[in-house]
Design a protein around this ligand. Structure first.
Ligand SMILES: *Cc1c(COP(=O)(O)O)cnc(C)c1O
Length: 361
């Protein structure tokens, strides 16, 4: 059996170092917002080529707080790709703002920059881009549009740790970038964790205040904040894994290249373009008989996933919020996409086995 993912196997190479890190935090007697969080923030900001990194509790909070700082008027509009994971859209809704969906490019699965301008109105305040599956959006075109219409840009980097577009790294483009360290992500913790990166001193300070009860000085509250702090233990574990992030990404890129070469032409494979350094959080193919294919693989001992089976507009929770927006390209992706095993613990032989079975379909 080849699992889609196995978090034990994925983390096993780091167990020894994790034990040391865990012991250090345990014995320090300091468990929230301390030395390890500071050190992680410094190192991760450095990795993302930004001035600041602020640790938060998870990726959704990183997105939500990034929007909250700007205090946009109720019902202002935020542009977001129609095929994203629900978290991106929830962060907009939770700020009482209106998500305006823009369809992805069917080649990159990322927001189509040529379809953004037609959705901009006088109410539009921001663009949330999502570097889906580990491939960057076309950030040059997007930043040009944002500048022209004076829109804020927030990057959702949950799936793109270390990815690059024209040699610039994920998380270094927007006013803010939101990162998730959910265990399955390329840089995954052993629980929930997240961060915001940015280059502006005031914007960084604002997130710091919001994540800690809206307080700069203990027991004095300037704004209405929340509790969304990164804890010392997760920060200590992330410091270990961050050292190996490039190695993890290289391994996933290697496995992806084996798929690219070995899979027959019946399957629509991810696009490879020289301006992109993809980190393959997900390696997806598309096929018209996706459900049969998934079943066939399972019968042959290979587990796969679908990212995602239901489009945001068709989610029950989105009734009355975005269900009046039409997203045929997104529909097509959700009906045909299939994610193949591509974990850090998978071997090249595992991938060759998956290819052998796939090519018999
Ligand atoms: C995982 C993910 C999130 C949410 O991160 P959490 O840490 O689970 O809150 C947001 N956006 C995208 C695209 C994701 O894949």
């Amino acid at each position: 059996m080849i699992d889609y993912e196995n978090l034990h196997n994925l983390n096993q190479p780091f167990f020894k170092e994790y034990e040391i890190a865990f012991k250090e935090v345990m014995e320090s007697g300091w468990y929230v917002l301390g030395k390890k969080v500071n050190e992680f923030e410094e190192k991760y900001a450095n990795y993302c080529n930004t001035k600041y990194c602020i640790g938060v509790a998870n990726g959704l909070d990183a997105l939500t707080l990034s929007l909250r700082v700007f205090n946009f008027e109720k019902d202002s509009e935020v542009i977001v790709p129609s095929n994203t994971y629900i978290a991106t859209i929830l962060s907009i809704v939770q700020n009482n703002l209106q998500p305006i969906l823009v369809e992805p490019n069917l080649g990159t699965y990322n927001i189509d920059p040529d379809k953004i301008e037609e959705k901009i109105t006088t109410k539009t305040k921001a663009i949330m881009v999502v570097h889906l599956y580990g491939k960057m959006c076309e950030m040059d075109k997007i930043m040009t549009i944002a500048k022209k219409y004076n829109l804020k840009v927030i990057e959702d980097c949950a799936q793109s740790h270390g990815a690059k577009f024209k040699n610039n790294i994920s998380g270094s483009f927007g006013d803010y970038a939101a990162h998730s360290f959910y265990p399955t992500k390329n840089l995954g913790a052993m629980g929930d964790a997240g961060a915001v990166t940015c280059n502006d001193t005031v914007l960084a300070e604002n997130i710091k205040v919001l994540r800690n009860y809206g307080s700069k000085t203990k027991y004095y509250n300037e704004v209405v904040g929340i509790n969304s702090r990164l804890d010392e233990l997760q920060a200590a574990l992330l410091l270990v894994k961050l050292k190996y992030l490039d190695k993890i990404n290289e391994h996933k890129r290697k496995l992806a290249s084996i798929y690219q070469e070995g899979l027959k032409a019946d399957f629509i494979k991810p696009q490879v373009n020289e301006n992109y350094f993809d980190v393959f959080h997900i390696y997806n193919i598309r096929h018209q008989k996706r459900d049969l294919l998934k079943e066939f693989l399972l019968k042959n001992g290979i587990k796969t996933e679908v990212h995602y089976p239901v489009t945001p507009v068709k989610q029950l929770a989105m009734k009355g919020i975005i269900d009046n927006q039409h997203t045929p390209i997104s529909d097509e992706i959700h009906l045909t996409t299939l994610s193949l095993p591509i974990s850090y613990y998978h071997s090249e032989n595992d991938i060759l086995k998956v290819i052998e079975v796939l090519n018999k379909f």
